[in-house]
Structure formats: structure tokens, C-alpha cells
Design a protein. Sequence first.
Length: 296
Amino acid sequence: MSYIKALGYIGIGAQDLDAWEDFAGDILGLHVTRGRDADDVETLFLRMDARHHRIAVRAGDDTLSYVGWEVATEEDLDAQVRDLESAGVAVKEDPHLADLRGVRRLVRFADPAGFQLELFYGAVTVSCAFVSPTGVRFVTRDGKGNDLGVGHIVLVSSVVDEMVAFYRQILGFKVSDYITFKPLVLTFTHVNPRHHSLAFGPAPDGRKPFIDHFMLEVDSIDGVGRALDRVRAKEISLTATLGRHTNDEMLSFYMKSPSGIGVEYGTAGKLIDDETWTITNWDAAQFWGHDRNHTH
Ligand SMILES: [Fe+2]
């Protein structure tokens, strides 16, 4: 069974919170609230829709700290926990962490690469309207009311087969498609109509698992183009030029966040209808653009 509905939130560590505050607001167009979390650690709460926040940037090492996967109901949370436990995964309910994240209930566990995952339901949703400082609108729902979540993340590890099996067999993720640059294979998976919420890439043995990038989607080409202008004006490091992906058809560019984690900023991502979807194996990641060598 699959209970997970969306990539609900992510947590990032950052050494330079000031740089992150500017980057999140001025470049990404997120609404930033700077404060302290319930553990009294300085934190940026980044808002992109009705949720109190979707991304938390907490003072600490530059890394992906946790990934929050959302289920719709308490019953689904309990059912997913039973599936995890019967597969031998150690799961811990954590009321303090639930408080910290602003969700009604939360359990935590690790995936085969060691990323901290949190399964939750009942996120805090705010009554006042979201207003972006740059005027963008983020795509976190589709036109039919499906929750599409934050965007997507790409996790790189030397245990891709175990990762893909874990997410498919225990957490109910569905394969969207593959991109093969021989011998390298990227595997894309979805939990809602967004083409992928999670993709997997291979790392050489011995390399610590890491997040390659997270993606945020806005609702217009102009939103992407204006962000690209700001990236150039503020001398943010552009890591791939504007381009169009093959598999999800996202029109996007890539940049480096102050934590070193990549950020893809795009629009017009494809939606999947499981009734009609057929898995393909693309021979390239882009139709055009996304040049990683000539970014200046
Ligand atoms: Fe991406």
C-alpha cells in the first residue's frame, strides 16, 4: 500500500544563516521568518504557501538534516508505521520533534543511506495569505486539488539499489522513469501527480550520501527568468544554465545555495496520471540547455 501523499517539508543545516536569509527571500522569493525553534536554535522558517513553513534552515553544518514525508490521516500514519516495522525498520514516535516541526504527530526513521526521514500528518497551516517578496507563486498543488508538496529532492548514495527498493517496497513510491548516461542511471519516483518528488543518483563506494539538489517550482516562465536575472545580479553561483529537462519537461536553471546544496528553480513540470503512464528510459537529461560548463 502507499500512504505517503507528498514531500511535506525539508530541513537544511547552514553555517551562514545571514546569507541564507538573503538567498531565500531575494533570490527564491520565499517568505522568511527568522527566529528560534523550540530547542532554542536559531532557525529560518521559509514559507511558500499556506503552510507555516516548508523549509527550515537551522544553524549548523551545511547539510540536509531531515526530509518530511506527509500522510493524509492518523490511520495512514499508523498503517505506514506497521509496514515499516514489519519490514524490520526501527521507527520512533517523537512528540517533541512533532512540536518542533509544527505537525500533529511524527515518527522518524532512517533510509538505507542514513538520511533522516520523518513521517507526519497535520501540518500547521496559516490563515494569513502567503505573499512572496519577489512576487512569485509556488506550485504546491495541481489544478485538481492534489497536494504536490514542496518540490523534489535528489539523493545520491552508493546504495542506490537498496534505496530504490526501500522507497518502492516499504514506502510505496512509484517509478516515474529513468535517465541513463551509461553506466550511470538516475531513477525518478513519484508519490502524487508531480513527476518526481524523489530521484536517486549513484555515488562511488565510500562517498558519504548527500543531497544533490532540491527543486522549487513557480507558476510562470517570467518567475524563472526574473529569478535568473537576480542570480546574475547578485553573483550567486549558477551551476547549470536555463534548460528543459527531458523526463519532467521542467524549464529550469540550477544554482548553489549558501549551504552548498544545489537548488533547481523551474516551471511547467509535467504531471503524471498513473492510469495512462508508461515508464521510459531517457538517453539524456535535457532537450536543450542546462549547460554545466559555461555558466558565465
Ligand atoms: Fe531536479
